[in-house]
Design a protein around this ligand. Structure first.
Ligand SMILES: [Fe+2]
Length: 424
């Protein structure tokens, strides 16, 4: 089998030869067709009637992507009186879909804007952590209160995938990601609003001690670090804890996250080798979020592993490191196809999962790959709305044709943020 997304060859046939199972393209003649995609496999006679009803006489089909061959054309298919209704119904449904897709696009754009603002505030906060600790904390609390407030409301929250091309250092992106993912776990574990604030603050500052580790050590490739470098890196929890002592009103539960986010449930972590419930609960949440982001979004992007694989590794191989109920809640909240997954849909389309809603993790929002369309204009489909299409499998970036891979898996840092109820 070749790569996913390989260029297909189409040839023209009469619409009277169409039958379900044939893979066709409608991109050529109608920019304004009522179908979800330009290219798809025919599933039923209604779709064929619709094509004929739209006035087409011939169409492009691709034999290698089809499960059925053209049927022999004996006579023209009868044109029933109900066909114009079928066409107007399809157009109406398409228009409704467009409105919903626009809403999804808008909420993603709002999430991106809110993320950019929070990320800028955090940069300011971190840069002032020594010079003006009071202002630094106020800025950080501004971010935390807003996000924790949204998580504690009854409104359904979606985790949205954004790409942070501006990120020069991983620290700010990573801090926001760990905050979001820790809050997702805490929300699933029914944390109170005050708990959400403490967890959010602790997670946002969990790696602040890295600012005290010299760049010469921090920026080194992991493989090039000496054991002395490694020990210096591990000091970040202690250095960070001391920094938070200078921040007035930095709460004790939040400080526990900074101090103990590298402890492992089985006692194999650092710096105290604490085990089990001796590790504060919020630090156990942050440990899960931290590991997940480091696997999907590592310092060297070439080392990144796909989201579903990261979850399965944490569950199967590293399970003893984590608080089991919290890990189970995290996996459940992220779903089978976490944001960042590359997926194949039942209509043959390939796409990137960009947003997942906790209440329906099997039906996330997917940005589709379409030949000749720029990534920023990628059509978004909300599987919560397009119920006739579903995800059939997730793919690894290496399974894709280079052009599709570049489109769906660009080399940019992944940032998570949230939006309020994209669907459902
Ligand atoms: Fe850390």
């Amino acid at each position: 089998m070749g790569f996913w997304g390989k260029k297909k060859h189409f040839e023209r046939i009469s619409v009277d030869a169409l039958q379900p199972g044939m893979h066709i393209s409608v991109a050529e003649r109608w920019l304004d067709h009522p179908f979800l995609l330009n290219e798809f496999t025919l599933e039923n006679e209604d779709q064929i009637r619709l094509i004929i009803g739209l006035g087409m006489t011939n169409i492009l089909w691709c034999s290698e992507a089809s499960d059925a061959a053209p049927r022999e054309v004996i006579a023209d298919r009868p044109r029933g009186p109900s066909w114009p209704d079928l066409v107007s119904q399809a157009r109406k449904e398409r228009d409704e879909r467009r409105v919903k897709a626009d809403e999804s696009k808008k909420s993603t754009a709002l999430a991106a804007k809110a993320y950019t603002k929070a990320s800028k505030e955090l940069r300011n906060a971190f840069s002032m952590a020594y010079s003006s600790p009071k202002v630094a904390l106020e800025k950080a609390m501004g971010i935390v209160n807003e996000v924790a407030g949204a998580f504690s409301s009854d409104q359904e929250i979606s985790i949205v995938l954004l790409s942070d091309r501006m990120a020069k250092s991983n620290l700010h992106t990573h801090s926001v990601n760990v905050m979001l993912l820790s809050l997702l776990i805490a929300k699933a574990r029914n944390a109170s609003e005050q708990d959400l604030k403490d967890i959010g603050l602790g997670a946002l500052f969990h790696d602040i001690g890295m600012l005290r580790v010299p760049d010469a050590v921090r920026m080194k490739e992991e493989s090039e670090r000496t054991s002395a470098d490694q020990s210096y890196m591990q000091l970040h929890t202690d250095l960070g804890t001391k920094m938070t002592l200078n921040l007035p009103d930095f709460t004790a539960p939040a400080r526990g996250v900074v101090a103990m986010h590298h402890e492992h449930y089985d006692g194999s972590g650092y710096p105290f080798k604490l085990a089990g419930e001796k590790i504060p609960l919020f630090a156990r949440y942050a440990a899960i979020a931290n590991r997940y982001d480091n696997l999907c979004n590592p310092a060297r992007l070439e080392d990144a592993i796909p989201p579903a694989q990261a979850l399965s590794r944490m569950y199967k191989i590293e399970g003893s490191h984590f608080d089991q109920p919290a890990l189970a809640s995290f996996i459940k909240s992220m779903g089978v196809y976490p944001p960042g997954s590359i997926v194949e849909l039942s209509n043959g389309a390939l796409g990137l999962v960009t947003s997942v809603n906790r209440s329906n993790t099997l039906r996330p929002l997917v940005a589709l790959w379409q030949e000749g369309v720029k990534p920023e204009d990628a059509p978004l489909i909300d599987l919560g709305v397009e119920t006739e299409v579903k995800i059939v499998r997730s793919l690894r970036p290496s399974d894709l044709e280079p052009a599709v891979r570049e489109y769906l898996n660009p080399r940019a840092r992944t940032a998570y943020f949230y939006s309020k109820a994209v669907s459902g």
